[in-house]
Design a protein around this ligand. Structure first.
Ligand code: ZN
Length: 202
């Protein structure tokens, strides 16, 4: 009895996993999530929008997404974005370090003033000079952060791993394939077969 239940459950999750792109694919027009649909005993398979009912044949739907993911330019574009982002990250690190140094210099000047190593006017001069620099750096940081996508583990290797994983993805091993896709793809906004955006988890 238990085995049959287990078997049914496994078969059910296998059937659901067969629709590799459900769970993270949204219909741009209405915001609805796509679900998988089998009609006529599984002869006709569709991705159907839960909200408005718009539907696309499963094979064509999946092909358009996978073709896009494996398109050379897609990964190249992504690569460029990552590189750009990683440059920004280095710039930010450098600026923040400069900021810390200037603040430390101010603290030091204050100490010198208190033990009378420097005069009041010398102290004011140092502070003024540092203040201008600090303000400039803070402004640069704000400008860079505006375009920067913060992420802890930004790595160009990710692209290569992504490509290999996708190419080796065994689409007959639905449960496993789906788990991998779910890890890699954050969200797909799908309008139609020619208009969609894919966001990756990197
Ligand atoms: Zn819809």
């Amino acid at each position: 009895m238990r085995d049959i239940q287990k078997e049914n459950k496994a078969r059910w999750s296998e059937k659901r996993a067969e629709f590799l792109l459900t769970g993270f694919t949204f219909h741009t027009s209405c915001g609805g999530k796509f679900r998988g649909s089998n009609t006529n005993g599984g002869r006709y398979k569709y991705y159907v929008c839960r909200e408005c009912g718009e539907h696309f044949k499963k094979d064509i739907f999946e092909k358009s997404i996978f073709d896009e993911l494996l398109r050379d330019d897609f990964l190249e574009d992504l690569n460029k974005n990552l590189e750009d982002n990683s440059n920004k990250n280095n710039q930010l690190k450098r600026l923040k370090k400069q900021l810390r140094n200037l603040e430390a210099e101010n603290d030091k000047a204050l100490k010198f003033l208190m033990n009378e190593t420097i005069t009041e006017s010398e102290f004011t001069k140092i502070k003024q000079k540092n203040l201008t620099e600090i303000n400039n750096i803070k402004e640069s940081i704000i400008n860079i952060e505006r375009e920067y996508i913060p992420t802890d583990q930004l790595s160009l290797d990710v692209i290569e791993i992504f490509r290999i994983t996708l190419k080796e993805l065994d689409q007959d091993e639905f449960v496993e394939a789906k788990a991998i896709l779910k890890k890699m793809i954050k969200r797909i906004d799908f309008k139609d077969l020619k208009n969609f955006n894919i966001y990756l988890n990197i």
